[in-house]
Design a protein around this ligand. Sequence first.
Ligand SMILES: [Zn+2]
Length: 383
Amino acid sequence: MTRALHLSEQLIACRSVTPDDAGCQALIAGRLAPLGFACETLTSGPAGAEVTNLWALRCGKAGAAGKLLVFAGHTDVVPTGPLAAWASDPFVPSHRGGNLHGRGAADMKTSIAAMVVAAEEFVATHADAPGSIAFLVTSDEEGPALDGTVKVCEMLAARGTRLDYCIVGEPTSVDRLGDMIKNGRRGSLSGRLTVRGVQGHVAYPQLASNPVHLAAPAIAELVATVWDAGNAYFPPTGFQISNIHAGTGVGNVIPGELAVDFNFRFSTESTPESLQRRVHALLERHRLDASIDWTLGGEPFLTPVGMLSEALCEAIRAETGLAAQLSTTGGTSDGRFIARLCPQVIEFGPVNASIHKIDEHVAVASIEPLKNVYRRTLEALLT
Ligand SMILES: [Zn+2]
């Protein structure tokens, strides 16, 4: 069994459902410390639900003058769902049909294992390389993400630590390892729109004011609006309504209020402020008595083609023969926090088809190439 497969299995065996790290980071630090990494553990969050974060840094020969590449990831996993639906215990790594099964196998314990072994191999052959390597690992990526990567980034910013490159090990591949990397993510902005009318009897509409009727043209315009055209890296900003609530449940009452939940997935051509401004202006044009509670789920980030994306793509080509496609699709990730202090952030990891599902798995044959891509990227950027 290879070292990366073995460590993947050890990590899967830890029941690290958010925010519980369940010993994963001790395993990781136990591997990194002998390589010369200084390991710091930062706990954060409410008592009884503390998040565990690991910052591990190995300074290269050039010290602060050298480049710093950060491997970032999370040890936490989403809940299993009904255990009876799994073909095998999600926390007992098992092999079937060439795949390693277990919760976190694809998202993203195999990536973390591959990164650790890549660092071991790199240090074994390039102990005196000028560049530095760090690991930023959290147990709060799948949850609210309030006490995880963002807290470590705040600490690094306060210290003035300069990051040059960051590889996030999220599972980005679609059909085969290496067919896609993410060089950015869209932002997420949610709102709950409340439109107020006057409740009344449906037979006496002149004595009421129906918020559903009042809001319908505005909702139609919100849905039809082109918010931006996207750009070379991002698709156009999208608007989706997820919930609408109005009415008392009976057929003879005009409701007094309408609530609409919506979400923007936005490109770097729009900002949360510009979207909010435009929505409010639209509602004012329709003369609605309305208010909105806004929640910013995440800022977008973008890493244009550069040293990191080119080194990663070259490593992927060498290992898999594939030309990786750059993409910014999918949900938000912790890359958005790291991008605030690191100019180049790219996500790359295994095939994501089974993530968060019953019987999550990763192809065993993809683990060594994944580790080798990470190691080749270290060699390209830090030597
Ligand atoms: Zn993940």
